[in-house]
Design a protein around this ligand. Structure first.
Ligand SMILES: Nc1ncnc2c1ncn2[C@@H]1O[C@H](COP(=O)(O)OP(=O)(O)O)[C@@H](O)[C@H]1O
Ligand SMILES: [Mg+2]
Length: 237
C-alpha cells in the first residue's frame, strides 16, 4: 500500500474501565472503500470518531494524511432554519462558495431545491444534502456512520449508487459503518468484520469485483455467506 490516508493502530480504547476496542489495526488507501460490520455496541462509531480525530483518549495512534476528513451520520443533522444551499455551504458562514454548492446540489440530484428548507425534504433527500455537505470541504476521506439506515430499501440502493459516483468523481476514500451485509459487499473493496467487545477485526473480506457491480453477482452471495458465518461466530446475529 502506498502512503495510506488513514493508518490507525489502537492498543486499547476503554470507557470508564470497560475495554471497547483492543488490538485493532486499520489502514485506508487513497480512493479505497472499506466497510465495517459488527455487533451493536462493539465500537464501530467509536472507531470512526478515533479516525476523525474527535476521540483522542485511547492508547495507540492515528496517522491521518493532510486534507480534511468529513463525517456523514445516520440522521442528516441539518439545521432546520437554513436552506439546503446554506446547510451545504455551512451554517454561520454566509460567505460560502455558491458555485460549488450549486454544483454539489446538482450532483446529488437536488436541482431546484437549493432554497428549500429541511422540513420540505424526504429522508432520502435530506441524506443527499448531508452527502453534499460532507463533500463541500473537499475531504479526502468521507467517514459514514450507518448513513442509509433510516431510509427504505429502494431509496437506499439509489443512495448507494450515488455514493459510489460521488466517491469516484471526487476521488475520495470511504470508511463506512453499516449493519447491512449486502450494502457493505456491494460498495466496498474490503469488508472488515468486528467481534463483540473487546473488539478487534475478526475477518477481512476482499471484494475483487469491478464496478458497476451486479447486486445479483454469485460472488457477492458467496462472500455474504462468509460474512454471516463470522457475524454468527461473533454473536452479532
Ligand atoms: N461517550 C461514551 N461514554 C461511555 N460509554 C460509551 C461512550 N461512547 C460509547 N460508549 C460505549 O462504548 C461501546 C461502543 O459504542 P459504539 O462505538 O457507539 O458502538 P457501535 O457503534 O458499534 O454500536 C458501547 O458499549 C457504548 O455504550
Ligand atoms: Mg454506532
Amino acid at each position: 500500500m502506498s502512503t495510506p490516508l488513514l493508518d490507525i493502530r489502537i492498543e486499547r480504547k476503554s470507557f470508564a474501565g470497560a475495554t471497547v476496542l483492543q488490538n485493532l489495526g486499520l489502514r485506508l488507501a487513497e480512493r479505497e472503500i472499506v466497510s465495517l460490520l459488527g455487533p451493536s455496541g462493539c465500537g464501530k462509531s467509536t472507531l470512526l470518531r478515533i479516525a476523525a480525530g474527535l476521540e483522542r483518549d485511547f492508547s495507540g495512534r492515528v496517522l491521518r494524511a493532510d486534507g480534511a476528513v468529513a463525517f456523514v451520520f445516520q440522521e442528516p443533522r441539518l439545521m432546520p432554519w437554513l436552506t439546503v444551499a446554506e446547510n451545504i455551504g455551512f451554517a454561520d458562514d454566509r460567505d460560502y462558495d455558491r458555485e460549488r454548492v450549486a454544483q454539489l446540489i446538482a450532483e446529488v440530484g437536488l436541482e431546484g431545491f437549493a432554497e428549500a428548507l429541511p422540513k420540505q425534504l424526504s429522508g432520502g433527500m435530506a441524506q443527499r444534502v448531508a452527502l453534499a455537505r460532507g463533500l463541500y470541504s473537499r475531504p479526502r476521506v468521507l467517514l459514514l456512520d450507518e448513513p442509509f439506515s433510516a431510509v427504505d430499501a429502494f431509496t437506499r440502493m439509489k443512495l448507494q449508487d450515488l455514493l459510489l459516483q460521488l466517491a469516484e468523481h471526487h476521488a475520495i476514500a470511504l470508511l463506512l459503518v453499516t449493519h447491512d451485509v449486502d450494502e457493505a459487499l456491494y460498495l466496498s473493496d474490503r469488508v472488515l468484520v468486528m467481534g463483540s467487545r473487546p473488539s478487534g477485526i475478526r475477518q477481512e473480506l476482499s471484494v475483487a469485483l469491478p464496478r458497476p457491480r451486479d447486486r445479483r453477482d454469485p460472488e457477492l452471495a458467496r462472500l455474504k455467506a462468509e460474512a454471516l458465518t463470522e457475524l454468527h461466530l461473533a454473536h452479532a446475529i
